[in-house]
Ligand binder design. Structure first.
Ligand code: DX5
Ligand code: ZN
Length: 223
C-alpha cells in the first residue's frame, strides 16, 4: 500500500462550473491538486460532448500543475498535436478509439508528452502486454466512460494486476483510477495499489469551500 505522501489527486473539472472553468482550475491548484484531470468527450466514442483543445489552451495559464488530459474521442490521432500544443502534459487514450493504439502511443511520445492508456471496465489488462515500453500512465476506469457522478465498479483485482505489471516494468508508471472515487472507495483503491486518484463529484460537490478538505481526505489524510 502506498503511503499518503505518494498518493496524487487529480480533480476532474468535468464536475466544475463550466461557465467558470479558469477559476475552478486555479482554485483546485491552490487547494492541493497534484494533476488537473481534463475529460475530453466527442459524442461519438462516448455519449457526451465536453471540450476541445482550445479550452485546454485557455485554461493553461491558470495552473502550473500537470494537465492530465483524458481523451475519449475517436478518431484520436488527428487531434494529438493540438492537445500537445495546447499544454497537455499527460495524454491518455483509449485503445478502442483507434485502429492502431501502439502508433497512437508512439505519436504522443514523439510529441514529447507522457502517454497514458485507459482500460474501460470491460477491457482486459492483457491489452497492455505489448505497449508497456511506451506507457507512462495506466488509467483503470471504474465506470464506463462518458459521465461524472456514476457508481463505482469494484475492480480491485484488476487494479492489483496492473500494479503487478508495473512492478516488473523498467520505468516509472502512474496507476490512475477514474470513476466513482469518493472518500470511501478511495481507501480501497489506494489499498489495491493506485497512486493517482481522479475525482470529480467528490472534489466539487460542496463548491470551492470544500476543495481542500476533499482533496486531503481522498489522499488519506485525517480530516
Ligand atoms: C468519466 C470521466 C471521469 C469522471 C469522474 O468518463 O473520465 O473523469 O468525470 O467523475 P466522478 O468522480 O464524478 O465519477
Ligand atoms: Zn477521466
Amino acid at each position: 500500500m502506498s503511503s499518503v505522501s505518494d498518493i496524487l489527486i487529480a480533480p476532474s473539472i468535468l464536475s466544475a462550473d463550466f461557465a467558470a472553468l479558469g477559476e475552478a482550475v486555479s482554485a483546485i491548484d491552490r487547494a492541493g491538486a497534484d494533476y488537473i484531470h481534463i475529460d475530453v468527450m466527442d459524442g461519438h466514442y462516448v455519449p457526451n460532448i465536453t471540450i476541445g483543445s482550445s479550452v485546454v489552451k485557455a485554461l493553461r495559464p491558470h495552473s502550473k500543475k500537470p494537465f492530465d488530459v483524458h481523451l475519449m474521442i475517436s478518431p484520436v490521432d488527428l487531434f494529438l498535436e493540438d492537445f500537445a500544443a495546447a499544454g497537455a502534459d499527460i495524454i491518455t487514450i483509449h485503445p478502442e478509439a483507434g485502429a492502431h493504439f501502439h502508433r497512437t502511443l508512439q505519436t504522443i511520445k514523439a510529441l514529447g508528452k507522457k502517454a497514458g492508456i485507459a482500460l474501460n471496465p470491460g477491457t482486459p489488462v492483457s491489452i497492455l502486454e505489448n505497449v508497456m515500453d511506451l506507457v507512462d500512465l495506466v488509467l483503470v476506469m471504474t465506470v464506463n466512460p462518458g459521465f461524472g457522478g456514476q457508481s463505482f465498479i469494484p475492480l480491485f483485482g484488476k487494479i492489483k494486476a496492473v500494479r503487478d505489471l508495473i512492478a516488473v516494468t523498467d520505468h516509472p508508471v502512474d496507476l490512475e483510477v477514474d470513476g466513482g472515487v469518493n472518500i470511501e472507495t478511495a481507501k480501497l483503491v489506494r489499498a489495491a495499489g493506485a497512486n493517482v486518484l481522479v475525482a470529480g463529484t467528490a472534489v466539487f460537490k460542496e463548491g470551492a469551500s470544500g476543495y481542500e478538505k476533499n482533496i486531503r481526505a481522498l489522499r488519506g489524510h485525517p480530516v
